[in-house]
Design a protein around this ligand. Structure first.
Ligand SMILES: Nc1ncnc2c1ncn2[C@@H]1O[C@H](COP(=O)(O)OP(=O)(O)OP(=O)(O)O)[C@@H](O)[C@H]1O
Ligand SMILES: [Mg+2]
Length: 235
């Protein structure tokens, strides 16, 4: 069996908790950006067709001021679409070599105050020597924050985060995800949490970021708890 070293929970601060929240917000904004990008993409076709039609009508009625205004407005909308599409593309990160255990350790430290506030144990185990992976550093942190946040919401007593080679595992001892909800948990805005507590974007963000980093995301759930596993490409 592989030897596991345990990093004891260290005292954190409210500031660290704040920072963790900010990471989650960044992830949500990124997800909203990508959802908007899909919407923008869909809007392009009707805009293009309308512009082509208006151009034909303008040739027939060169002095029609109304048509000129519509053409100018459509041009304005098209420019806005292009600007937003380009800026939302920038939310996708770049993969680079990074130490998976160091990145995950930083997130676990940030989440300690939240765990303590709920009287839960949050433990990091590093198996092996700590491998370098190829991934977007922001993406890795956002994936870890979202999975740990969910695990802390679900846990009865403890959340264990394991970095094992190129794999990150987050497991809790909660009551698991009901079979009837399994197909929906990755849907953007799907949440079982009360209003104001969950937006339902955490797993959608994590799934999208894992795909961006070409990481494999798997999960298992049962009445004894839930485990999410993310395997990043080795360096
Ligand atoms: N570890 C877990 N144990 C039990 N249920 C979970 C777990 N992780 C996710 N879920 C279920 O999947 C749903 C969707 O999770 P997701 O992280 O996408 O959104 P959320 O946690 O509800 O809200 P947000 O992450 O935006 O704060 C949760 O509301 C919960 O029902
Ligand atoms: Mg969540």
């Amino acid at each position: 069996m592989t030897q596991a070293s345990t990093v004891e929970p260290t005292p954190g601060s409210d500031q660290a908790s704040e920072e963790a929240l900010q990471w989650m917000e960044t992830g949500r904004l990124a997800e909203l950006g990508l959802l908007s990008a899909e919407l923008l993409h869909e809007l392009r076709q009707p805009i293009f067709s309308s512009k082509a039609l208006i151009e034909l009508m303008r040739r027939k009625h060169p002095d029609d001021d109304g048509l000129r205004v519509i053409e100018a407005q459509l041009q304005h909308v098209q420019t806005l679409l292009e600007t937003y599409t380009v800026s939302s593309r920038r939310t996708r990160g770049r993969a680079e070599p990074l130490q998976l255990d160091a990145s995950v350790n930083a997130i676990v430290e940030m989440m300690q105050p939240r765990a303590r506030a709920r009287q839960l144990r949050l433990e990091l185990r590093v198996v092996g020597a700590g491998e370098a992976v190829m991934a977007d550093p922001t993406g890795v942190r956002q994936i870890a924050v979202n999975l740990v946040a969910n695990a802390l919401d679900a846990a009865r007593a403890a959340v264990v985060v394991t970095v094992d080679g190129c794999q990150l595992r987050v497991s809790d001892d909660g009551s698991g995800i009901p079979a009837s909800l399994k197909s929906q948990i990755f849907d953007p805005f799907f949440t079982t949490k009360p209003p104001g507590e969950g937006t339902g974007l955490g797993l959608a963000v994590a799934q999208r970021l894992a795909a961006d980093s070409r990481a494999e995301l798997e999960w298992d759930t049962g009445p004894g708890g839930t485990e999410f596993r993310v395997r990043f490409p080795a360096l």
